[in-house]
Design a protein around this ligand. Structure first.
Ligand code: MG
Length: 394
């Protein structure tokens, strides 16, 4: 008897419509970062060395795949033979692909874009080296306590979870055996493995990573983007700000919105609050909204003598409008004189009020410049700030 083939191929099922996501495009085409979900999924599988042939099954009426094909690895074949049910799509795809009946096929779901090539490789190794099984699937242990209920949602039983697994994909079987299993009665069949189990074929579990999630709900898409390391969706941003003003006679000294008694004051178009200007630029920086001069040009008479608290509040509102809120702020004022320490509680409270946050997330430090340079000679003051902001919506 000839030795059975150890050829390994793969099929990505992308014929669904993903109605649960409430999207205008089928979910396999929604963008995760810069690429459609399907591209992430196919690239992960195509990076698995053992897989010699990879096909993607889409619906014959799919209007989006043509735009995505240039983003797929060149050796991937797209087959427009999807059916109404997943099983039908898989069978049609296996037949249309012309895979040898005794080849091994990994069937993978387009909605699992976070698969790591390494875990697919472990599945392949495990199945190829275990002669007692007809195939295998990636799965992860159930971590939650599982309850069974009656029709009134009263708990009937706590199901021991020790032997429970969450089935994922890829799922790996011989092509011919899988076609046979999926061609029978499909009532209660929710994955390829369950069809094989029904025929009494032994299927083994290979523990995969819990990050191989199925994108079903909008929140899953955000999580998937994070798992894929898409920095555009990282929900925090940092911003930095710097400002300096000259010290002159005949002007009040205003720091963080607080008037500090001193014989000199900061010169400039507005109230010249060097600390609030640095903080304002840090907020604008975190939200990628430019700088203070763009929003409040010194050439505009409207801002002459302006209260910088109002400018900062306006910028915080602008950032909020873009979906960013302040997490915390840390700032440093560099001033040779006067001593700022006694005024610090008031300054900190004032900055917090402008930022719309509590005082315990605001820190302001004061330093001298050790008599060095212009600041050290009392010609001016400078301030620096960093602000962390968090996304307010998914
Ligand atoms: Mg300024």
């Amino acid at each position: 008897m000839p030795k059975p083939s150890q050829k390994v191929v793969a099929l990505v099922c992308a014929a669904g419509v993903g109605s649960r996501m409430g999207l205008s495009v089928p979910k396999q085409y929604m963008k995760l970062g810069s690429r459609p979900m399907l591209v992430h999924t196919v690239r992960a599988l195509s990076a698995v060395e053992r897989i010699s042939d990879l096909v993607v099954v889409v619906s014959p009426t799919d209007a989006y795949i043509d735009e995505v094909i240039p983003l797929l690895p060149a050796n991937v074949r797209v087959l427009r033979c999807g059916g109404r049910e997943r099983a039908e799509s898989v069978v049609n795809g296996l037949v249309a692909a012309g895979f040898p009946g005794d080849a091994w096929v990994l069937v993978h779901d387009a909605a699992r874009p976070c698969l790591r090539p390494g875990e697919a490789g472990q599945l392949i190794d495990a199945v190829l080296t275990d002669e007692t099984v007809s195939g295998g699937i990636l799965a992860s242990p159930v971590a939650d306590t599982v309850k069974r209920t009656d029709e009134n949602r009263r708990i009937v039983e706590t199901v021991p979870r020790k032997a429970l697994w969450r089935a994922a994909t890829p799922q790996m079987f011989r092509v011919r055996e899988l076609i046979e299993a999926l061609s029978g009665d499909l009532i209660g069949i929710t994955d390829e493995a369950s069809a094989m189990e029904r025929l009494g074929r032994p299927v083994r579990i290979v523990q995969g990573r819990t990050t191989n999630i199925k994108v079903t709900e909008p929140a899953d898409a955000l999580l998937a983007s994070l798992i894929l390391g898409d920095t555009a969706v990282v929900p925090v941003r940092v911003g930095q700000g710097y400002d300096s003003h000259r010290l002159v006679e005949g002007r009040p000294l205003i720091l963080g919105g607080v008037t500090v008694p001193f014989e000199l004051g900061l010169d400039g178009h507005s109230d010249s609050d060097v600390l609030l200007h640095a903080v304002t630029d840090a907020v604008l920086g975190a939200a990628a909204l430019g700088d203070i001069g763009q929003h409040f040009p010194p050439s505009d008479p409207k801002w002459k003598g302006a209260d910088s608290r109002i400018l900062l509040e306006a910028v915080v509102a602008l950032a909020a409008d873009k979906g960013w809120k302040v997490v915390n702020c840390d700032a440093t004022v560099v001033a040779e004189r006067p001593k700022i320490g006694p005024h610090m509680p008031a300054i900190r409270a004032s900055v917090a009020r402008c930022l719309g946050v509590s005082e315990d997330v605001v820190n302001v430090k004061a330093k001298t410049n050790e008599k060095m340079d212009a600041v050290g000679r009392l010609e001016g003051m400078m301030a620096q700030a960093v602000v962390l902001m968090a996304r307010t919506e998914a």
